[in-house]
Write a protein that binds this ligand. Structure first.
Ligand SMILES: [Zn+2]
Length: 63
């Protein structure tokens, strides 16, 4: 998901790096105008979080 630079307010910057960390999506950006770097963390819904925890328990029991 594109974001705006918090430093120089350049718009529509595509993420340079996207990672999924558990129930979170971390997008890393580097501004092409000023070189500022930042990351945006997005949480998925509470329902998805509960669902993921249940799935983890199932996996542990199975293993
Ligand atoms: Zn910038």
């Amino acid at each position: 998901m594109n974001d705006s630079c918090p430093s120089c307010l350049a718009r529509d910057i595509a993420p340079a790096d996207t990672r999924t960390r558990g129930d979170r999506i971390v997008d890393g950006y580097q501004c092409p105008s000023c070189g500022h770097t930042w990351a945006t963390v997005r949480d998925l819904t509470a329902y998805s979080e509960l669902h993921a925890r249940r799935a983890q328990r199932r996996t542990r029991k199975a293993a």
